[in-house]
Unconditional design. Structure first.
Length: 463
């Protein structure tokens, strides 16, 4: 793993077009959603002159179409869930990343890596050629000091920083193992809020684990807003312009087959965190119901589904009562006060009138390219609808993968230009959204990233 102080080589040096595979393994660059500038265009032209082409590629969806079709302000979502299934990685020693874009807020003036949001990035799971797997949550911010990594797996993101900054972060775990065919549920949710800002977390539930149902923590991060004059109503809700991508970044390992999908993508703001610690004291100081062994999301879900429930109090470290794993959930129809017993381990959520928003579709895609052996490979993004099951968004890459019926594959350049068709323009290749997980048309005024963006965001280039 490289030093956090490492920086990219100067563009004036010949090393501009070198590969940095170790850096790419820790890739946490943010997904830009806007901005072509004169400098960016000039940088793209320079890359063309130097004969550089991207070594990272992603088949990336446009923003999901939602039901109901609402804005971030209308959704008021404080929780997002999505289920990831890896179906095939063959051979198993390949570098591949399946991710979903995430953001806080929307509609702000563009600034730094957050662009028009308060914070933006992605979460998901990676396979690595060295045999280990990674759970990753990574976001970019607007202001220095805007975020505070709280969880033990989180830190300021300096892999792609030059110079290092304190507005971006990554939370990552290399100690978790994915199994094929297992449905892993990712949850991004606001855990608590106060006058300064809000703490958000990402967890994963593995139904096959020995402690099935107990969430695996990916990270916790506190996002400050008031100190920087950021609008609380905007920055304390999730953006809903999410997109999906499968990325494969090793130019020497393109002869692979990977199949993976996201499904059950939902946004909800039905249970909003209160700004006072402690669990509820109801009308009779007793709860409607009490549970152990639930996740925070499940506890809130029980209240949302119960007509009489108006408040849910939750702790994941109440080992005095919840002997199983410390998770303790109580549902209330009133919340007249907060109990003074161990208030710091409890947070309470109030039921509010907010829609549940579901990912319904995206524009299906089919691409073809040549691997490092100059053999044809296909990359497909497709929507699957099965009776009684959530909509599934599948991304398949491989030699035997075929387009959805009626689609003609779009031919894209080979990584590193090794099999570049004679006469095809490198500049077009450099400005392709496949440089990384990029949401095409994610917001008004969006445009595809240039080579300069790729360099700035940590995507290495190769002669």
């Amino acid at each position: 793993e490289i030093s956090a102080q490492a920086t990219w080589p100067s563009l004036a040096q010949p090393s501009y077009c070198q590969i940095y595979p170790k850096r790419r393994l820790a890739h946490t660059a943010m997904a830009p959603r806007a901005t072509d500038s004169p400098r960016a265009v000039a940088m793209a032209a320079l890359a063309t002159l130097l004969g550089c082409t991207p070594v990272a590629r992603a088949i990336t969806s446009d923003p999901l179409r939602l039901s109901p079709p609402v804005s971030a302000a209308e959704a008021q979502a404080t929780q997002m869930q999505a289920s990831l299934v890896w179906k095939e990685v063959s051979p198993s020693n390949r570098d591949a990343y399946m991710a979903i874009g995430v953001a806080l807020g929307d509609g702000l003036p563009a600034k730094n890596g957050a662009v028009h949001t308060c914070n933006s990035g992605y979460m998901g799971g990676q396979f690595h050629r060295d045999g280990y797997h990674t759970l990753l949550w990574s976001m970019s911010g607007r202001e220095e000091g805007q975020i505070v990594p709280v969880g033990k797996y989180c830190r300021y993101d300096c892999f792609d920083c030059s110079p290092p900054n304190r507005r971006d972060f990554q939370c990552k775990r290399d100690d978790y193992k994915f199994s094929l065919g297992v449905n892993y549920t990712f949850t991004l949710q606001m855990e608590m809020q106060n006058a300064s800002g809000a703490m958000w977390s990402v967890t994963v539930v593995d139904p096959m684990a020995a402690d099935a149902g107990h969430p695996v923590e990916v990270g916790r991060v506190f996002f400050k807003d008031r100190e920087f004059g950021l609008p609380e109503d905007t920055c304390r809700v999730l953006g809903v312009g999410t997109y999906l991508f499968q990325e494969y970044w090793n130019p020497n390992q393109q002869d692979h087959t990977t199949r993976a999908s996201w499904s059950a993508i939902t946004f909800s703001g039905a249970m909003r965190p209160q700004d006072t610690e402690g669990y509820c004291q109801g009308g009779a100081q007793v709860s409607l119901a009490e549970f152990e062994g639930l996740t925070r999301a499940d506890c809130k879900g029980r209240c949302a589904a119960e007509e009489k429930c108006l408040f849910a109090s939750y702790s994941d470290v109440d080992t005095e009562f919840a002997k199983r794993d410390g998770s303790h959930c109580m549902l209330f129809d009133h919340c007249e006060a907060r109990d003074a017993f161990l208030p710091h381990i409890w947070w309470t959520y109030e039921k509010v009138d907010a829609p549940t928003v579901v990912g319904e579709s995206f524009t299906e895609m089919c691409q073809k390219f040549k691997d490092q052996n100059c053999d044809w490979r296909f990359a497909v993004a497709a929507v699957h609808r099965l009776p009684g099951r959530p909509v599934e968004f599948e991304f398949d890459v491989g030699q035997d993968v075929r387009c959805v019926d009626g689609m003609v594959p779009e031919e894209i350049e080979s990584l590193g230009g090794r099999c570049q068709a004679r006469g095809s323009p490198l500049l077009a290749a450099l400005t392709a959204p496949a440089l990384r997980g990029f949401a095409r048309g994610a917001s008004a005024g969006s445009s595809t990233p240039t080579a300069a963006m790729a360099q700035r965001e940590g995507v290495p280039l190769l002669p």
